[in-house]
Design a binder for this molecule. Structure first.
Ligand code: ADP
Ligand code: MG
Length: 476
């Protein structure tokens, strides 16, 4: 990294990693576990972060370390390891790295240890660096995302069956498999499961799994370093290509073109392609017509919002995995109350289990309601984008119409960005949907707004408080 040589740069990256974690795990889990993480140092590819207690360190390590490492990897190629250390907040002027014994690591080595379904060693799929120091293009896989850990129900049975079929078939059964559905419903989980499964059965097959964002990033970098040949080569020699969250490719002409060529080349050679998105191929915005139609040629499988039965099934499976004693009533209560998506459901369960462990009390309906009051309230009443726009406009003293207008003056653009950011945080709307509600803006504009606000929040304390206040008002 020589991430050491520019601290503001590193802090910016950290702000983005935090922001993405927050969006991914949900507000409640973020506040309990990830907010206390502090960046204490970064040197020679090792990022070091601290938490105040040992318990927290263990929890973060077992639940989030993989993800934190992956997100850092997205930000900075040089990151090869993430360390989480304990540093009590009371200690004056802490010396980063003094707590060697308390060190938890989530690097290639730690990951290898956690990698349950693997036998063979070095395929370079998981390591930050492939043999010879060249960075492997594929993103790391989450060891928890296996078929065994996936609970099947009505809403996801087609997607599950299709994923299994692809993982187990000797010849390509349909191409591409296009998985789509709302956020937190298991698309990434299924893709990782396919990869794990294929790896186990036929370790010689080359698999690339990565997000569309990462694909674009790699491509743009290849263009910049005039290394597009190697880029193409790498992608076109795989047996299985999986691209996650393809909606992000919309509106980017050059990358879309490259993606389309890669896609066609692979399908023509009868290599398996798996795609996920938050929308069906026909609804993908900013994507060329010929590509949209091509994406729908194979099997299109959608994952529907969860049902009560599925949520209960997932909670039961998770509780069993965690070996936690949780009364059936509590699980039923959660399955009734937390209807947004599986990620929030998991977050809620983690929180009540952690609370039980911490205070050494058994879990009851009362403690559950107490521990999750903020989350339950948020799930009771979902804010609309219109409400957000109205509140934010009032707060910053601009007109609601400016939320939709094309005016770019800072005085209106900043409030608009705040509103977009809050819309992303507080509603389940996708980026394109949010963009549409803001005068038909592109989803990349929304993405940019979200990042920008996260950056500002990380650097400007007053601003962060302002946004926090608005959020609380809207939630309450
Ligand atoms: P998406 O990619 O669709 O946004 P993910 O695959 O990241 O969603 O899933 C979010 C979380 O929910 C993950 O931790 C995943 O393991 C879990 N999850 C989603 N669906 C299921 C399921 N059917 N069974 C078990 N866990 C699930
Ligand atoms: Mg996903």
């Amino acid at each position: 990294m020589q991430i050491g040589h520019l601290d503001s740069y590193t802090s910016e990256q950290w702000a983005r990693v935090r922001g993405r974690l927050r969006t991914e795990v949900g507000e409640a889990a973020f506040r309990s576990w990830l907010k206390p993480l502090t960046l204490v140092g970064a040197k020679d590819g090792v990022v070091r972060m601290s938490v105040p207690t040992r318990f927290m360190r263990d929890w973060v390590r077992s639940n989030y370390a993989e993800r934190i490492f992956a997100l850092w990897g997205d930000e900075n190629d040089v990151v090869s390891k993430v360390e989480i250390v304990v540093q009590p907040p009371t200690r004056p002027d802490p010396k980063p790295g003094s707590d060697g014994e308390a060190c938890a690591e989530a690097g290639p080595r730690a990951r290898r240890a956690a990698r349950a379904p693997s036998k063979s060693g070095d395929d370079g799929l998981y390591d930050g660096k492939a043999s010879g120091g060249r960075r492997e293009i594929s993103a790391p896989l989450d060891p928890r995302f296996t078929f065994e850990n996936f609970v099947v129900g009505k809403p996801n049975e087609l997607a599950y069956a299709a994923a299994r079929r692809i993982a187990e078939a000797k010849t390509v059964p349909f191409n591409p498999l296009f998985l789509y559905g709302g956020v937190g419903l298991g698309k990434t989980h299924l893709m990782h499961a396919i990869a794990w499964n294929i790896r186990k059965r036929t370790p010689e097959r080359r698999i690339i799994y990565l997000s569309a964002e990462k694909f674009m990033y790699q491509f743009v970098r290849a263009l910049r370093t005039k290394d597009t040949m190697a880029f193409k080569e790498q992608f076109r020699s795989v047996d299985v290509l999986m691209i996650d969250d393809v909606q992000f490719i919309g509106g980017r002409e050059a990358t879309q073109e490259e993606f389309f060529h890669t896609f066609n080349a692979l399908v023509d050679q009868n290599r398996q392609v798996v795609i996920s998105a938050d929308k069906s191929p026909t609804d993908l915005e900013g994507v060329e017509e010929r590509m949209r139609s091509r994406l729908g040629w194979g099997l299109v499988a959608d994952i529907h919002p969860t049902t009560y039965e599925l949520r209960l099934g997932i909670l039961q499976a998770k509780a069993e995995q965690m070996a936690a004693e949780i009364p059936g009533k509590v699980l039923e209560f959660l399955a009734h109350k937390i209807t947004s998506n599986v990620r929030e459901l998991e977050g809620a369960l983690n929180r009540i289990v952690a609370h039980g462990t911490l205070v050494g009390r058994s879990i009851t309906l009362e403690t559950t309601q107490e521990v999750l009051h903020d989350l339950l309230r948020a799930n009771d009443r979902r804010v609309t984008i219109e409400e957000i726009q109205k509140r934010v406009a009032e707060h910053f003293n601009v007109r609601v119409a400016d939320m939709h207008s094309a005016r770019r003056a800072r005085a209106v653009a900043r409030p608009r960005q705040v509103a977009m950011y809050l819309a992303k945080q507080l509603t389940t709307r996708s980026l394109p949907e949010i963009g549409r509600k803001f005068g038909g803006r592109d989803h990349t504009t929304v993405m940019h707004a979200v990042r920008r606000i996260e950056e500002l929040k990380a650097t400007d304390h007053g601003f962060a408080e302002d946004v926090e206040l608005l959020r609380r008002m809207l939630e309450g």
